[in-house]
Design a protein around this ligand. Structure first.
Ligand SMILES: Nc1ncnc2c1ncn2[C@@H]1O[C@H](COP(=O)(O)OP(=O)(O)O)[C@@H](O)[C@H]1O
Ligand SMILES: [Mg+2]
Length: 264
């Protein structure tokens, strides 16, 4: 068990055009075995919060800790997955997945074994030798996931990982993510601006709002666990309770949106 914590954390960016308070007073735990999802319109500080957890961004107020120890930068205990998969297109799927292990000096045979096992886990059995440039968006995102998992991180930090995928591929990836989560028990922090995706995946859902970026609501959906217990995805996403929560979230988001407040 491990916990990544932001404690009353704030980030103010200073640029030539002045200061931007990107995040203010955010307290949030990502513990092993939890899927914490940040939902909100663009500009509400979601990526900044992920940057704090990843160690890319230093807090200008408050603290970021792993099991009580301050985060001082990126580390192998936290793997980051972006929407833009950032794979190396000239390498095969297997070499992309094994890249981090190679940097760590893991021998060729072991790297190959780990990479092939992970490619199988993400549904790409038989694609180890394929070039990234020949793969679809969904396949690339699977390779990206396998690559993140290859270094055995304690936490997966994902910034709109499924945002570029078509609807059906996206839903398949949501199911895959939950299965991988169940098998690994890792702590996951995931950003999305899809209300439905947030509700389906989250064990804790935090709704964020901009200027300054902050958490305005917290929910504890149980749809991910229901899915993993065997309930079909269509039954869950069509469940009146799911639909009611989706509408409630949409209304809350719109109420905080100045444009809608004037015209909606
Ligand atoms: N490096 C930066 N320098 C200055 N301002 C930034 C920087 N990164 C983000 N911002 C600003 O901080 C706010 C939050 O950005 P971000 O965390 O990217 O939000 P989100 O991911 O929710 O869209 C925005 O107003 C954005 O313009
Ligand atoms: Mg962002």
């Amino acid at each position: 068990m491990s916990t990544l914590s932001a404690i009353v954390a704030g980030v103010t960016y200073r640029s030539r055009n002045g200061a931007v308070e990107a995040l203010s007073g955010v307290t949030l735990d990502v513990a092993s075995g939890e899927v914490v999802v940040a939902l909100g319109a663009s500009g509400c500080g979601k990526s900044t919060l992920l940057g704090l957890f990843a160690g890319f961004v230093a807090p200008t107020a408050g603290q970021v800790l792993i099991d009580g120890v301050p985060v001082t930068g990126p580390g192998p205990d936290r793997a980051v997955v972006f929407q833009d998969d950032a794979l190396m297109p000239w390498l095969s799927a297997e070499d992309n997945v094994a890249f981090g292990l190679r940097l760590r000096g893991v021998g060729r045979a072991e790297r190959q074994q780990v990479a092939r096992d992970l490619l199988r886990d993400v549904g790409l059995d038989g694609f180890a030798g394929h070039a990234i440039s020949e793969m679809s968006g969904g396949m690339r995102q699977r390779v990206g996931l396998a690559r993140a998992l290859a270094v055995s991180p304690r936490f997966l930090l994902m910034d709109e990982p499924l945002g570029a995928l078509d609807e059906l591929t996206r839903e398949r990836m949501q199911m895959l993510l939950l299965h991988l989560w169940q098998a690994s028990g890792k702590g996951i922090f995931l950003i999305t601006h899809s209300i439905e995706e947030a509700l389906f995946l989250a064990t804790e859902l935090v709704l964020m709002s901009p200027r300054p970026g902050r958490i305005v609501q917290r929910y504890r959906p149980d749809f991910a666990r229901r899915f993993l217990a065997g309930e079909p995805i269509r039954a869950i996403k069509g469940d009146p309770q799911f639909l009611a929560m989706r509408e409630d979230l949409a209304a809350t988001i719109l109420a905080g949106d100045e444009e809608y407040a004037r015209h909606g």
